[in-house]
Design a protein around this ligand. Sequence first.
Ligand SMILES: [Zn+2]
Length: 272
Amino acid sequence: MARNGIRGTGGAIAVAVTGVAGIAVLLSVWTAHLGTAHHAAQAPAHTTAKPAAAKPVPGQTSVPDPKHPAPPVSMDIAHASDKGDRAVNITVDDGPDPVWTPKILAVLKENGVKAVFCVIGPNATANPELIKDIVAAGHRLCDHSVHHDTTMNSKPQAFQRSEILDAEKMIEKASGGVKPLYYRAPGGAFTPYSRQLAASQGMRPLGWNVDSKDFERPGVNAVLNTVKHELSNGPTILFHDGGGDRSQSVQALEQLLPWLKHQGYVFGFPVR
Ligand SMILES: [Zn+2]
């Protein structure tokens, strides 16, 4: 769910700024630990920092921290579609759920649409057959953490790390070896560290432009109106298949997908 209401690139920047402030504090702690652990064998971190060895990712505006593994995919938060300007990316969060995920999958299939499923680790572990169904239908997987902590950006790096990497392992095990290609922080609570860590595992940080607000169950028409009015924000649309009764999400997608096609939109995946 999107508790903090972040949307679009403006929200992404707000998160990045918050994250930088947070990481500065964390880095000073980290440096202190490093000094203790390595004693005099290593000079202070600020004099030993070296440029990242890996080649820069084309188009990446974030600067990877050389103290952490260099990411092979961009650590910038993705919003764009790989199908260009007249495309949308359907993203479905917080599942999989034994009741709602099959219904969402059926609507997507009916409309020939491929989506990204941002799944919570324990939900993947509990429903491996649904993860395999998602993959078999040609959809993509996204790591949505273990505990869906929307304050992750204010937690220690060790917590962020376990949330991301443990969920990734759960998802990969449930899928039978298919890796998630994206990482979406719960509530958009990214940090520079979490974005770099995810990207270093090949998972592109994934934002959104349009929050359908389906999580709040405002009625099918309200969900549809929100999406239609906010489509100009950008292509990546947020829906949910977990976290409660998602019948409005199913009904909204049943109407929205044909409407989008009629408007001339095609369906893509978020860029990686
Ligand atoms: Zn969520």
